[in-house]
Design a protein around this ligand. Structure first.
Ligand code: ZN
Length: 317
């Protein structure tokens, strides 16, 4: 019988990070300003390790390379998805990511489309999501003249919202926001503006103006999402997005929720509550902050308890 793959993963220190990964999720943090937990990752900058069952101690990239049957024998050189939790104590840089074609040519890795589930946000918290330039010439001029307020679109956000950020979208997560991010497995970020901040050694972080001008969608387009909700007993299944890169869902479990697989494998994060995952006769205790993969071979499962989970599957690109 296949077992779920529970994971232990890597924290990333960031100048904009905080301590919520400890205070909200209970993780043991290696430093004071932790911005990101790469909760489900096979990216070389931070690879998850299996912590249970017959694959205990193995890295996710090794499983992808040597046990592709766990992932339905799908093709692809790299495990395509990456789940992160981000604690933005301050604004992240204003940034943009390339698409696959540009990233493979210039960076030797996948492009980065990403999406955000807002786990929590301070009152009046904002993100930067898109821009107002109508032409590339205008975009270049506004950057050159540092007209950031004219250029950037600010959007107020609330707990429970979902944003899709395809490659080419100018964006920044704002101060006081805790996010679960589902993204392509990529670490290529082009910084447009970093609020003239310095790191603890007094250095500015590098900007990537030329690349940003190359890859930004102009004029900007805000993706339209058709969010679907399906009530199942007291529980609720929300489909946030189906994209070429990933499909993302929220499973709100109250009592119990029975599910069947919709893709070769599924990534799952527990963002609230307590309960159990049940696969045939086996039961696995779940609590906030757990992350696991349901490999191929697990066709149906159910949850019991009071849980909020974010799940993702590979898209069909
Ligand atoms: Zn980003």
């Amino acid at each position: 019988m296949e077992e779920p793959l529970f994971l232990d993963s890597v924290f990333q220190e960031k100048i904009w990070g905080g301590t919520k990964l400890k205070t909200v999720f209970g993780y043991d943090l290696p430093a004071d300003k932790i911005g990101e937990y790469w909760a489900i990752s096979a990216h070389p900058h931070g690879v998850s390790t299996v912590k249970n069952g017959q694959y205990q101690g193995q890295k996710l990239d090794e499983l992808w390379a040597n046990h592709r049957e766990l992932f339905g024998n799908v093709s692809g050189e790299v495990f395509p998805l990456l789940t992160k939790i981000l604690d933005a104590e301050d604004y992240l840089s204003v940034q943009v990511h390339p698409n696959d074609a540009y990233a493979l040519k210039h960076e030797g890795e996948l492009g980065k489309s990403e999406c955000w589930y807002i786990i929590d946000a301070k009152p009046n918290a904002k993100i930067i999501y898109g821009h107002h330039a109508r032409t590339r010439k205008e975009f270049v001029e506004m950057i050159h003249d540092a007209r950031w307020n004219d250029l950037l679109t600010h959007v107020s956000v609330k707990k429970g919202e979902f944003y899709y950020v395809p490659s080419g979208t100018i964006h920044a997560i704002g101060k006081g926001i805790l996010i679960l991010e589902t993204q392509q497995s990529s670490d290529t970020t082009y910084r447009v503006y970093d609020f003239d901040r310095k790191d603890d050694k007094g250095n500015l972080r590098k900007l990537h103006i030329k690349q940003s001008i190359d890859v930004t969608n102009i004029p900007g387009v805000t993706p339209k999402l058709e969010i679907m909700k399906e009530k199942v007993g007291l529980s609720m299944i929300t489909t946030f997005a189906k994209t070429p890169f990933f499909n993302v869902y929220k499973w709100r479990v109250k009592g119990e929720l029975f599910l069947q697989k919709g893709a070769p494998y599924t990534l799952v994060s527990v963002i609230e509550g307590k309960g159990s995952l049940i696969i045939t006769e086996s039961s696995y205790a779940l609590r906030k902050g757990d992350h696991f993969i349901l490999p191929a071979g697990i066709d149906d499962w159910h949850f019991t308890g009071d849980l909020t989970l974010i799940a993702s599957e590979p898209g069909e690109n």
